[in-house]
Design a protein around this ligand. Sequence first.
Ligand code: PMP
Length: 286
Amino acid sequence: MTQRTVFVNGDYVDEREACISVFDRGFLFADGVYEVCSVLDGRLVDFEAHMRRLRRSASELDIVVPWDDPSLLEIHRELLRRNALEEGMVYLQLTRGSSGDRDFHYPEMATPTLVLFTQAKALVDAASGHRGIRVVTQPDWRWARRDIKTVQLLYPAMAKMAARNAGVDDAWMVEEGFVTEGASNNAWILTAEGRLVTRELSHDILPGITRAVVCELADALGLVVEERAFTVEEAQSAAECFVTSASSFVTPVIELDGVAIAEGHPGEVVRRLRERYIEESRRRAL
Ligand code: PMP
């Protein structure tokens, strides 16, 4: 496999040469935020919205983003060019940097660390997008500010391992009987009355960029979106279930905790939303 060129604090370097301080707070405290932009036809999907959320996440943690959007766009594009990436993702991570030691308090003078790398992946033709995924629920044991996109992803990793060990594809997080979101995506149902339901924005979930676009597309397709919490039982008896995220677009959920959704086949509405989302993303990509 060819080695990637990655971006580290201003330099484009071979992935084997890239280095970060052992005192970096991203490493010691998970003190950092991230974004993932998908790439279609060598272009970036919803770049501006991802950068807006990056700035919002960083500002909630008093991390300064020392790059403006045009520079960040240029870095993304240069990485795509250097790695000849046509389809996949660009991962961006910004940490508070290092004070040269370990101390809980934020350092007064630290230069944030910025790292970006590309990941090649077939997104449009992903088998899961067509066949659907099977999901199990897990207690939502993450912290209480899930609206900030931080790199502390140990619990989502544990939840995904629990799903894998149960022989399924992914996990949905549940708190007090209500679904918050997927381990790395937003959760949706289509009710028997034909209304789309996804949890309202709050500190409980990440404000998904894909979620926001799907809300707009649903509107254009004449579908009503209800932003409210739903229970596991409501999802299990829903007409359709699906998840949204930058790297999975719109993906059908065909089983939840062993119960088949829509007889275990991707539904018509999720299929249409996925198609529309891909069309619209290709059209708008930068
Ligand atoms: N919720 C969580 C917990 C996530 O990790 C993600 C993916 N980053 C999402 C929702 C979906 O967000 P987006 O559509 O911006 O990828």
